[in-house]
Design a protein around this ligand. Structure first.
Ligand code: NAP
Ligand code: NAG
Ligand code: NAG
Ligand code: NAG
Length: 262
């Protein structure tokens, strides 16, 4: 008889033989996503602005027996994005998964308090860079039959707060970018979905979760009585990139211990 064992059905995991590019993936949420995609069988290309961080992330994940390479990529720099695409093509000549996780918040302040320089920085890293990277990478994705793109927004997109103006606007823009890219790429069978984290314990959110006033307020307003971990975001991203999600596109899903979204 030819009964298949589960190892024959999924020889190396649900993302076997796929190549994944994850931006801002040497720490925090991006690093957890890179690790999970590799654990689920993908070859993962990690990247961030600093070579030493890339070296550390590649060595750590390779040390866990995972298939990982990496290169420096500041997502707002065209030549860095080009280098990232070239690096990914070294492994098998195509790209199946793009996770745009890199994001900045250079100013915690009001919307009208933000200077033109601050607006330019936030919008180019958080909003323009994902679209431009996808544009550079698309020719190498559209000849495969299963492309998946993940953008990373924030629950700040749903609930504006006075102290994070321009950042929130950029994260709301990513919800729109998710939908417009999903529409544009549907004919090519490339799906585009959006991860919407709440407060996740990383260096990025230190100002929030190290603040006792914030934390007390948080516990009163949210059901789950703990802060999120980077790993809490990783399984959803793997699922959205997998064949199990092949009819899901244009969606945004919160990992927030309860969010205000309907
Ligand atoms: N933590 C939260 O509570 C939270 C909530 C909602 C949304 N988010 C979003 O989640 C994403 C990741 O946040 P995180 O909390 O995981 O941050 P994190 O722990 O500070 O990690 C950020 C990562 O991105 C890299 N990076 C920073 N700027 C970059 C750039 N311009 N180009 C490429 N890489 C860059 C950093 O490495 P280098 O320094 O080497 O570049 C690092 O690997 C962001 O988009 C953020 O807006 C976070
Ligand atoms: C930005 O988002 C945060 C987090 O949800 C919120 O607390 C803040 O009020 C928002 N600020 C603005 C100006 O939208
Ligand atoms: C946060 O930043 C510190 C100092 O820059 C660094 O040592 C640490 O590895 C970073 N990441 C986490 C998850 O704490
Ligand atoms: C903590 O958060 C509260 C309320 O959000 C704010 O008024 C206060 O300045 C913050 N404290 C620190 C040390 O950042």
């Amino acid at each position: 008889s030819v009964r298949m064992t589960s190892s024959e059905i999924t020889p190396k995991g649900i993302l076997a033989n796929q190549v994944a590019v994850v931006t801002g993936s040497t720490d925090g949420i991006g690093f957890a996503i890179a690790r999970r995609l590799a654990q689920d069988g993908a070859h993962v290309v990690v990247s961030s602005r600093k070579q030493q961080n890339v070296d550390w992330a590649v060595a750590t994940l390779q040390g866990e027996g995972l298939s990982v390479t990496g290169t420096v990529c500041h997502v707002a720099k065209a030549e860095d994005r080009e280098r990232l695409v070239a690096k990914a093509l070294e492994h098998g000549g195509g790209i199946d998964i793009l996770v745009c996780n890199a994001g900045v918040n250079p100013l915690v302040g009001s919307t009208l308090g933000a200077s033109e320089q601050v607006w330019d920085k936030i919008l180019s890293v958080n909003v323009k860079a994902p679209a431009l990277l996808l544009r550079q990478l698309l020719p190498h994705m559209e000849n495969r039959w299963r492309g998946a793109v993940i953008l990373v927004s924030s629950t700040a997109a749903y609930t504006p707060r006075v102290d994070l103006g321009a950042y929130n606007v950029s994260k709301t823009a990513l919800l729109g970018l998710t939908r417009t890219l999903a529409l544009e790429l549907a004919p090519k069978d490339i799906r585009v979905n959006c991860l919407v984290p709440g407060v996740i314990e990383t260096n990025f959110s230190k100002v929030l979760h190290k603040n006792e006033t914030f934390w007390n307020n948080y516990k009163e307003n949210y059901q789950l009585q703990r802060i999120g971990r980077p790993e809490d975001c990783a399984g959803l991203v793997s699922f959205l990139c997998s064949p199990d999600a092949s009819y899901i596109t244009g969606e945004n899903i919160a990992v927030a211990g309860l969010s205000s979204r309907l």
